[in-house]
Design a protein around this ligand. Structure first.
Ligand code: ISL
Length: 578
């Protein structure tokens, strides 16, 4: 029916992305069209109605490039081809065209801190010390006085994000190469201008092909301190934290500005977002101040690190108000210059309703309360596939249910260093990246409508009740609630462009804030806890909101909608003056 549809014309304002909602698709787990148990591009095509109905303006695809899939595509061996698991370049072109016809823009993942070790650049680089591409990666001799390959001979003491050292010994050429992530993900050397220009050329190639922007994987790790200093070793750890040597490094912003000049200048309608673990507010301003011409926004990590203990696999419960305080700090930090990406989930994080909400006792209310505060802050919201259905963590209990390289390595390391198997499994059951990667729950049939084959990662059994078929069109569903929030952003400029002003509601568990644009104001009051709370406002706030009316179908339809009425557990309400 494609040609009967009125084409939707997306906004062409330079800052159009302030009014858009981005939806992240993890292609492996979204929709399988050929029965191999792995999602693919034709599968995404089949599900565009879902995205159109939700009303999102942008889709970000996790990597679909050719890859050995050591890290599910974040290890690219050919930047200009589609992995056969996902389809072909022709499928990609068809997908871009179908999305554009629906007024949806498409963002590619840009993974250029590292490549796959199977990328021809690295194959050449490792072939000999004299190879012209040797310097495209970070090659170093063993530490002075040691023998290459021996424990402790690594050029620095850094620990990889995926456990173990960040250096791999290459016997053939007698040097180590750097890999901040998996051994199959060698880091590119951005000091070398040939590397940078090869990346920029590849980026232009995708934009020419129809992509509308990039989500830039760990982009704040591309500039390493050239001396590669050792990092501090925390007690009980074998390796050091090299973060200071490679996070927000010395030439980072020079590289970002060069990329902007080389790739984005003179092209309109794009959206760029940097993934920046360890970014501070000051750094985020440098990235996103429009006058500096780097990127439109970044993903900061503070709120998704709040619950990390000694490691991310030893999480701790958050105190009431901790999440809101962190988010409000970023709202205020980027109020004048810069722009926030708003997210609670992605393919690396546990499901938000399980992690920050109460998936057992208050599943619907907590999913919708979290959605309320997510969408209505100042910034561009990102909805991760399944979040709009309130998908939860997987109930995995055995090691062989997990697939993720980070989880498997962390488990092996924990057990090798004396952690009890049950404790190591507990860590995974709370924090594994696989919780976000279980197949999309389309319907209640055995494989959730995801595949006719055997899914690469088990479907969450709660798809029998938590699924798109049950929710789309049901006004009381998590999906339709998200949909209301997406349209509110389109309809009321105060949501996209208004200021954010935190409001004291008398209890840390209540996250309350006003959004203000000229005469237009919204009040958001969300109880982010599983106990009832009675909000208490200052006289000034109470006077201002006395005659306000709800603008969304309340998460709890029977509850009184008055702005200051007692809040049920996880009740959120949004009111406006006119
Ligand atoms: O999930 C994490 C480990 O606890 C994060 O530190 C994650 O590795 C970090 O956010 C970087 O993520 C990105 O780059 C990785 C890839 O594995 C992730 O999927 C990607 O989002 C390496 O490319």
């Amino acid at each position: 029916m494609a040609n009967e549809r009125e084409p939707r014309h997306p906004s062409t304002a330079p800052d159009w992305w302030k009014s858009a909602v981005v939806y992240q698709v993890y292609p492996r787990s979204f929709q399988d069209s050929d029965g191999d148990g792995i999602g693919d591009l034709r599968g995404i095509m089949q599900r565009l109605d879902h995205l159109e109905r939700l009303g999102v303006g942008v889709v970000w695809l996790s990597p679909i490039h050719r890859s050995p899939q050591a890290d599910n595509g974040y290890d690219i061996s050919d930047y200009r081809d589609i992995d056969p698991t996902f389809g072909t370049l022709e499928d990609f072109d068809a997908l871009v065209a179908a999305m554009h016809e629906r007024g949806i823009r498409l963002v590619m993942d840009l993974v250029v801190n590292h490549t796959s070790d199977e990328h021809p650049w690295f194959v050449e680089s490792r072939s000999s010390r004299e190879n012209p591409k040797r310097d495209w990666y970070w090659w170093r001799p063993p530490r002075a006085g040691t023998h290459g390959g021996d424990p402790g001979a690594e050029p620095t003491n850094w620990e990889s994000f995926f456990s173990g050292p960040t250096w791999e010994w290459d016997e053939a050429t007698g040097e180590y190469y750097l890999h901040l992530f998996d051994v199959k993900q060698p880091d590119l050397n951005w000091e070398n201008p040939e590397v940078r220009h090869a990346v920029y050329e590849m980026m232009r190639w995708w934009l020419d092909r129809g992509a509308d922007g990039f989500r830039m994987d760990v982009i704040n790790l591309i500039s390493k301190h050239p001396h590669l200093p050792d990092g501090p070793v925390r007690s009980g750890r074998r390796y050091g934290d090299g973060g200071a040597a490679y996070t927000n490094g010395p030439r980072l912003h020079e590289f970002m500005q060069e990329m902007h000049r080389e790739v984005f200048d003179g092209r309109d309608g794009l959206i760029t977002v940097g993934e920046t673990p360890g970014v501070t507010i000051d750094e985020a301003i440098l990235f996103t101040d429009p006058d500096r011409r780097e990127v439109d926004m970044v993903f900061q990590f503070e709120h998704v690190g709040l619950d990390h203990g000694a490691t991310k696999f030893h999480p701790r419960p958050l105190a009431p108000g901790e999440l809101a305080a962190s988010l409000a700090k970023w709202q205020e930090g980027l109020a004048d210059r810069g722009w926030n990406s708003l997210y609670l989930e992605n393919h690396d994080q546990p499901r938000s309703v399980s992690r920050f909400g109460d998936a057992e006792a208050h599943w619907y209310s907590s999913a919708t309360a979290l959605a309320t505060m997510l969408h209505l802050q100042r910034g561009t919201p990102y909805v991760y596939q399944g979040q709009e259905l309130g998908m939860t963590n997987a109930p995995f209990s055995a090691l062989d249910e997990y697939r993720d390289v980070e989880s498997l390595n962390a488990y092996a390391e924990a057990v090798a260093s004396g952690t009890a198997v049950a404790d190591a499994l507990d860590g995974l059951s709370l924090m594994s990246r696989d919780h976000a990667r279980t197949p999309m729950q389309w319907d209640p049939t055995p494989n959730a409508g995801f595949t006719t084959g055997v899914p690469w990662l088990a479907v969450n059994p709660n798809h029998a009740t938590v699924n798109a078929a049950a929710q789309v069109g049901d006004p009381g569903s998590v999906f339709e609630y998200h949909r209301q929030l997406v349209s509110l952003r389109r309809e009321r400029p105060v949501v996209s462009h208004g200021s954010f002003e935190r409001v004291d509601a008398g209890h840390p568990a209540i996250f309350a804030f006003e959004r203000v644009l000229g005469e237009d104001r919204l009040l958001v009051v969300a109880n982010l806890s599983s106990v009832e709370h009675d909000p208490v406002f200052t006289q000034e706030v109470a006077d201002r909101w006395r005659d306000s009316l709800p603008v969304l179908t309340n998460t709890l339809p029977d509850a009184p909608g008055a702005f200051d009425a007692p809040l049920a557990p996880w009740e959120a309400r949004v009111t406006a003056l006119a």
